[in-house]
Write a protein that binds this ligand. Structure first.
Ligand code: FAQ
Length: 317
């Protein structure tokens, strides 16, 4: 009997066995409603983050200090659009409608990453986003290449390869600035001071306050908890900061030989809650910009739909 024709309890067992054996759940497989909802929420939030995430860096495209930096930045921002598109497609395999997901983003009903609600005040922010924000994204997303939902895991492989390039371009930009004038070095340090704590918040609330982690770990959607990944990011980043010659703005940051990890200070979770609930420095601006772009692009969607209908009519004839 093929899995598709099994009775309900057997379908549930088949789903659980697929997870236990570390095999992938594919779009045509039966899956519990909770799993579908969780995957759509997580993939949509991720897609929205990539799309909204184009704005902070996009702010510097016209003012990049050289043609080379402009070309690199343009390519990076275009990659982010591409990531958004793969991810919306992955959400569609679960029955989500892309137009509805966009509607939820621009009406504030669905979240995107807190990090993109902070302003990019100097060109050093472009480097620091590459180093810290893409660095945190990689740390979070490499394990998601083994996520149990096939289309998401496969999208993540390509996304991670591109994020690694993004991270290196950011680090290279900062290394160049750190070899420059004292003013350039100060600019890098000031930017690191602003982005460090928000980068740690990207991993989500502490495990004890994360409503979804336990179930998502059981379903092997998430492979590590928020706190595990945050610790991994800190451990990975401290030596990179030393190499760069910048300090991280945390007086409690120190190596703990007993734990084999860096200890770090308390994150300001009240700031995180404010940003996630729409009251960060740029939330209103980011969503308004996305809403305006969506409205301005209506004619393109209409033209594309009319063209597709015409072609479909022609091939039917
Ligand atoms: N910001 O129970 P948990 C990027 C929400 S892509 C806003 O821990 P979960 C690339 C969470 O959705 C960055 N909301 O949830 C780039 C949930 O909301 P709900 C995005 C957050 O899902 C780089 C509630 O809090 N990456 O950066 C945040 O198990 C440079 C409770 O949280 C992904 O989306 C947050 N930081 O774990 C682009 C990766 N954290 O719906 C441009 C995939 C949590 O219950 C430039 N996602 N929330 O009200 C994940 O790994 C997970 O969804 C987590 C959250 C870890 C983000």
């Amino acid at each position: 009997m093929s899995p598709a024709t099994l009775p309900q309890p057997d379908l549930q067992r088949h789903f659980e066995r697929t997870i236990e054996r570390d095999q992938r759940i594919e779009p045509r497989d039966w899956l519990p409603e909770g799993y579908r909802k969780t995957m759509i929420r997580m993939i949509a939030q991720h897609a929205h983050s990539e799309i909204i995430g184009m704005q902070p860096e996009g702010n510097w495209i016209t003012r990049a200090p050289s043609l080379r930096r402009k070309a690199i930045l343009l390519a990076k921002v275009q990659d982010e659009a591409g990531h958004g598109l793969y991810l919306y497609s992955a959400a569609e395999t679960l029955g989500a409608d892309r137009a509805e997901l966009t509607e939820k983003l621009i009406s504030g009903k669905q979240k995107y990453s807190s990090i993109f609600n902070y302003p990019t005040l100097t060109f050093a922010d472009v480097g620091v986003i590459g180093w810290l924000v893409d660095g945190a994204a990689i740390c979070n997303q490499v394990p998601l290449c083994r996520s149990s939902y096939g289309p998401y895991a496969r999208a993540m492989i390509r996304i991670c390869k591109e994020e690694s390039f993004h991270q290196r371009q950011g680090y290279e930009l900062l290394l160049t600035m750190m070899r420059g004038t004292p003013r350039q070095r100060d600019m890098v340090q000031e930017s690191v001071d602003r982005w460090w704590w928000p980068s740690l918040m990207m991993f989500g609330p502490p495990d004890a306050e994360s409503p979804h982690t336990e179930q998502s770990m059981a379903w092997k959607i998430k492979r590590h908890t928020n706190d595990e990944l945050r610790q991994r990011f800190v451990d990975m980043t401290v030596p990179q900061a030393e190499m760069l010659g910048v300090s991280l703005p945390d007086p409690d940051l120190k190596w703990n030989a007993k734990r084999g990890h860096y200890d770090f200070g308390e994150i300001d979770w009240s700031e995180f809650k404010q940003v996630v609930s729409g009251n960060g420095p740029c939330n209103a601006q980011r969503v308004a910009h996305r809403r305006a772009a969506h409205t301005d692009g209506a004619w393109v969607r209409e033209a594309a739909a009319a063209y597709a209908a015409k072609r479909a009519g022609r091939s039917a004839a």
